[in-house]
Design a protein around this ligand. Structure first.
Ligand SMILES: Nc1ncnc2c1ncn2[C@@H]1O[C@H](COP(=O)(O)OP(=O)(O)OP(=O)(O)O)[C@@H](O)[C@H]1O
Ligand SMILES: [Mg+2]
Length: 231
């Protein structure tokens, strides 16, 4: 569904992502795991054309390399950014409306679907997003992204700063979305949680893909256990 060919990301003279290629198959959860500064966020920003980069991006058979960020969303790719970035001074419902900017005619229908899926948001429709817990804000960030009706949902470290129980619920939600037919590209430092729900995974180190395999093989690999899963 998504093919990334020889992507490079630059910050001035620094190359943060070095000639990486990978793919995301339709209907799968694919993870990119890696430690601080490995280039995970830069890779996602490269896909949505939000950073200076070179390389090819093919989505559903169409070359979208030259598409601007808003076109990429129109194409069917949505990003839940690192740190959630909900609009804290807007209500939950207003946040959802922001996510539906390309989909205004379907706003009412889609928002009710989100409230059904995320019942905590339903109870708080008219509350300011800034008053919600971290876990609730993460759910809102996902719901907001889903308002554009993506076929590929990309999540940048959704588990960051959340309690284990909340991470469990969040990852159940991600599996549910995959089962409903949305393809998932998940970026995580929490390698264990990510690999447990993933079909396939890439390990990013210093801007290059160091390893790739079926997620269940990586979960059992000695190298991964030592480096990312605490032995
Ligand atoms: N705006 C920027 N200007 C300069 N260098 C940057 C910028 N953003 C990222 N970098 C550098 O690029 C490299 C990759 O950063 P990136 O944020 O993509 O990594 P990451 O894997 O998402 O890390 P984290 O787990 O901390 O979110 C790092 O060395 C980082 O310092
Ligand atoms: Mg990051």
């Amino acid at each position: 569904m998504l093919k990334i060919k020889n992507i490079n990301v630059f910050y001035g003279l620094i190359k943060a992502v070095k000639d990486i290629s990978f793919e995301v198959k339709k209907g799968q959860i694919v993870s990119i795991i890696g430690s601080n500064g490995a280039g995970k966020t830069s890779t996602l920003q490269a896909i949505v054309n939000d950073v200076k980069r070179e390389g090819g991006i093919v989505f559903d058979g169409t070359d979208v390399s030259n598409h601007k960020t808003h076109q990429i969303i129109q194409d069917g790719i949505a990003l839940v950014p690192e740190g959630r970035r909900v609009f804290v001074n807007l209500t939950i419902e207003e946040n959802l409306r922001m996510g539906a900017f390309n989909n205004d005619a379907r706003f009412e229908e889609l928002k009710e679907k989100m409230y059904k899926m995320f019942t905590r948001l339903d109870q708080k429709r008219n509350d300011l997003a800034g008053t919600m817990s971290g876990g609730e804000q993460q759910m809102l960030a996902i719901a907001r992204a889903l308002m554009s009706s993506p076929r590929l949902l990309m999540l940048d470290e959704p588990s960051l700063g959340l309690a284990p129980k909340i991470i469990g619920e969040l990852f159940e939600t991600i599996v549910k979305l995959r089962d409903e037919g949305i393809t998932i590209l998940l970026v995580e430092q929490n390698a264990f949680a990510a690999l447990e729900i993933s079909d396939y995974a890439y390990v990013l180190e210093n801007g290059v893909i160091a390893l790739q395999d079926d997620a269940k093989n990586l979960l059992h690999s000695d190298e991964i256990r030592k480096k990312y899963l605490g032995g």
